[in-house]
Design a protein around this ligand. Structure first.
Ligand code: ACO
Length: 431
């Protein structure tokens, strides 16, 4: 007999099974709670709620562990490309040489964006935030790329199956999202829109699409490509965060992959989630322009009557340290050093970290730098404008969202539909 948990309510005792994951995480399975007891659970922000059983990402917030399909992110950053990690997340194992070649070739075949979609892109004002633009364009992709049977004959698939459609949607998203992302960057920088260079590897091509200048020979900068590779891998998945849960819940209604990921992009945009990387740089700029008085801002963050928070600090699940932040901090030092950039903001960030980590408020609340605290400093050094930072996050997160969406669909989970406790007026009549 497995473990179980008892709930006593109204003089009766109910027993519920406890399920255990492969890393010994335990959860009370309350599938039958309402039908047996009439009760529901109340858990704002889903702080204690597991909404799926997943084989994709393991995260131990107390010990600062993060693994994709069993491999530590640290090792993946050192030994693998972002595209190989995307394959790992989506298909469950690291690819063989043949598998990664096929994925890369299939992506190249789809590395175009419809001219009409380009027109929609062009009609956005220059002031539009790139995340809003990308959410719209991603949702619009299906209109320009219906999953018809002829296209699904891609390579060796015989006949149309759900698996073929899933494969084609995946390839298209991996192919087209970097193009659309690079367009948002090029528009901000006043550069002409371009397309893929099919001689380049996936991450190299992202760097090319973003940074190639017209009428100039493009020379690949390995420091930039390696930094992008690390950042994209570190952002590739993070189990059931706000945007991923959004992707899963939208997809659970049988909305398509692009629509679901478009919703995920919107969820990521917020400053409490992926938007924090932009907010961190804005905060560091503010502190610098205000005389670099770090104590003043630490005190503001601690003051309950002040809405100011230390952006890039704190995390729902990491209560020790965010392993991604450790890797990114090291990478930030290295990238700035290799590119010969002296950014005073990096020093301010380091001083804030040092002070906060020795401050009783932050110690007691277990608030540590998260992935967003140092990532913006690297993006800045690469010449990426601040409003593009969350797009870079989304670019990395695409494979994770696809993997999570696919797992949700394959598991045939029911539609996501939480309940509520109603606390409004009881029945009344119009007099
Ligand atoms: N600065 C100051 N105080 C903070 C901070 C912060 N950055 N983060 C949390 N706290 C305090 C809260 O005021 C709260 O104090 P209280 O218990 O006295 O009320 C306590 O720490 C717990 O914080 P919550 O907001 O309840 O924790 P939650 O898990 O809901 O939120 C979150 C986590 C949103 C990340 C929060 O720490 C935050 O707002 N951080 C700043 C934004 C940020 O960096 N977001 C990126 C997260 S990583 C990512 O999504 C990719």
């Amino acid at each position: 007999m497995g473990k179980s948990a008892k709930i006593e309510f109204d003089g009766k005792s109910y027993t519920f099974p406890v399920i255990t994951g492969s890393e010994n995480e335990e959860a009370i399975d309350i599938n039958q709670l309402r039908s047996e007891t009439g009760l529901i659970t109340y858990d704002p922000g889903y702080k204690n709620t597991g909404h799926c059983i997943s084989e994709i990402t393991y995260l131990d917030g107390e010990n600062g562990v993060l693994r994709y399909r069993g491999y530590s992110v640290d090792e993946l950053c050192q030994k693998k490309s972002f595209l190989e990690v995307a394959y790992l997340l989506i298909y469950g194992d690291l690819p063989t040489n043949l598998e990664i070649q096929k994925l890369q070739e299939d992506i190249r075949e789809e590395a175009l964006v419809d001219e009409d979609l380009k027109q929609i892109f062009k009609s956005f004002p220059k002031s539009a935030h790139p995340m809003g633009v990308l959410s719209s364009l991603t949702s619009a992709l299906i209109a320009f790329n219906p999953l018809n049977e002829t296209k699904i004959s891609l390579k060796d698939s015989a006949g149309t199956t759900e698996k073929d459609k899933m494969y084609l949607s995946t390839i298209r998203l991996l192919a087209k999202f970097p193009i659309m992302s690079s367009w948002t960057l090029r528009k901000i920088k006043g550069l002409p829109l371009n397309y893929s260079n099919n001689n380049l590897e996936y991450t190299e091509n992202i760097a090319y699409m973003m940074f190639a200048k017209p009428n100039q020979d493009y020379k690949q900068n390995d420091i930039i490509v390696n930094a992008l590779n690390t950042l994209l891998i570190l952002h590739a998945d993070h189990e059931q965060n706000c945007s991923t849960s959004t992707v899963r819940i939208v997809g659970s209604s049988y909305a398509g992959l692009y629509a679901s990921i478009s919703a995920g992009i919107s969820a990521l945009w917020g400053r409490l989630h992926g938007g924090a990387n932009q907010a961190v740089i804005e905060m560091l700029e503010l502190i610098k322009n205000d005389g670099s008085d770090i104590d003043k801002y630490i005190n503001k963050a601690k003051d309950k009557s002040d809405p100011f928070r230390l952006m890039g600090f704190g995390h729902r699940v990491y209560k020790n340290f965010d392993p991604r932040a450790k890797i990114i901090k090291k990478a930030a030092d290295q990238v700035l050093n290799d590119l010969g950039i002296d950014d005073p903001i990096l020093e301010i960030a380091k001083s804030i970290e040092e002070k906060a980590l020795n401050d009783e408020y932050f110690i007691e609340k277990k608030l540590y730098p998260n992935v967003d605290f140092y990532s913006g400093i690297i993006y800045r050094a690469l010449g990426i404008p601040t409003e593009m930072f969350t797009v870079m996050f989304a670019l990395g997160r695409i494979p994770g969202w696809i993997a999570q969406w696919k797992e949700m669909r394959d598991s045939k989970n029911p539609i996501g539909r939480p309940r509520q406790i109603y606390n409004g007026p009881t029945h009344r009549s119009i007099s």
